[in-house]
Design a protein around this ligand. Structure first.
Ligand SMILES: *Cc1c(COP(=O)(O)O)cnc(C)c1O
Length: 369
């Protein structure tokens, strides 16, 4: 696969990628349910060589991220494949704020004596640059979950790194429409495809993109060995979901900005975190680095009880975990295992594509208690 971005706008690419080419081909890559192929062709056993449906997803994401891509069974399977590259006893550096599952992989490796872990602040640019000289794996998540802190990826990606050090970026919250880590110097861009690419809360999938041939081969080898392969139906649904990624993001980001401003002015809300607000500590870097400020708004109400009550009081905004789908969902984050350190009243709201007026009215009623 070509390492270049396609010569069309990414907004067009999500619509046109992975289509049939010849007369008589299906316009959409079909859902191919096959574990094995008749000998003599390009494909053999699916776990080794994949299927046309996975390849469609990989080529679509590859064009967006700007690097050859491997699809996995989930975002966690993709992340685990990266951590598996770390040699025994080496150091892994992860953010203080990041997806709890990834922190879980890191901690589990410490418990089992596989590696050492350091955590540094997402916005500590000097700390990340220093880590690139020492660590085997530097894993950054930006914007981070759930505090939406921003790392200066351009500065970090351009800094010298020790031979063999892997710089990986969890690009789930931004999506490659808002940020392309490989262009900024990352070795790997990872996504939970479950979220924005799928976009409809109906599948689990993950991806790793890299322009490093050796790394690609190592990650592919690991996927063959561990069998953390994407599902046929999931890959088909993810391609279908990705077709509308650009317009879903547009609509949800507009809603998110309106909601962030609304909550920022509300007396029952203590603080709002959204990279699009000028009050966000890294608003300037976010403006420079991201094509859009994203669809997640995190905000703090007075107490854990107030947060619980609010999550139960909204009707349009559903009380559920996960993010990046057409429907708005929210939850209190400090009740999630591994997230106990967060403020008790912190709510993470994933804004969907419903009408702005209806969403604001739902919050208004719920906040009025
Ligand atoms: C959801 C998520 C993951 C894990 O992905 P799964 O598809 O749930 O396995 C990793 N990183 C971030 C930022 C996520 O939001």
């Amino acid at each position: 696969m070509s390492n270049d971005l396609p010569d069309v706008d990414p907004r067009t690419w999500v619509v046109t990628a992975a289509r049939g080419e010849d007369p008589g081909d299906p316009l959409n890559t079909p859902l191919v349910a096959a574990s094995t192929y008749i000998r003599g062709g390009d494909l053999g056993y699916a776990r080794d060589g994949g299927t046309p449906t996975w390849h469609a997803l990989e080529s679509l994401i590859g064009g967006l991220e700007g690097g050859p891509t491997l699809a996995f069974a989930s975002g966690m399977a993709a992340a685990a494949a990266v951590f598996d590259q770390v040699t025994a006893g080496a150091t892994v550096v992860i953010p203080d704020d990041c997806y709890q599952g990834v922190a879980g992989i890191a901690d589990d490796g410490v418990t089992r004596g596989r590696w050492l872990v350091e955590r540094i602040a997402v916005d500590d640019t000097a700390g990340w640059i220093d880590a690139l000289q020492r660590a085997a794996l530097v894993w950054i998540e930006s914007p981070s979950n759930p505090l939406l802190n921003i790392a200066d990826l351009a500065a970090i990606g351009a800094a010298p790194r020790r031979e063999g050090t892997i710089l990986a970026v969890d690009n789930t919250f931004a999506t490659p429409l808002n940020q392309r880590p490989l262009e900024l110097g990352a070795d790997i861009s990872m996504m939970s495809v479950t979220k924005y690419i799928g976009g409809h809360s109906d599948l689990l999938s993950g991806s790793l993109s890299t322009n490093d041939d050796e790394l690609y081969a190592a990650l592919h080898r690991l996927r063959v060995l561990t069998g953390a392969t994407p599902g046929a139906l999931e890959s088909y649904l993810a391609v279908r979901g990705a077709r509308t990624l650009a317009i879903r993001l547009d609509a949800a980001q507009q809603n998110a900005m309106a909601i962030a401003e609304y909550l920022d002015d509300h007396p029952a809300v203590n603080s709002v975190r959204y990279p699009g607000l000028t009050s966000h500590p890294q608003h300037d870097i976010a403006t420079e680095q991201l094509n859009g400020f994203g669809t997640i708004v995190s905000f703090e109400v007075e107490s854990g009880d107030a947060a619980d009550a609010l999550c139960l009081a909204t009707t349009l905004i559903r009380h559920a975990t996960s993010l990046g789908a057409v429907e708005s969902t929210m939850e209190r984050r400090s009740v999630i295992p591994g997230q106990e350190h967060l403020p008790a009243g912190l709510i993470r709201l994933s804004v969907g594509i419903e009408s702005t007026t209806d969403l604001l009215a739902d919050l208004e009623t719920a906040l009025a208690g």
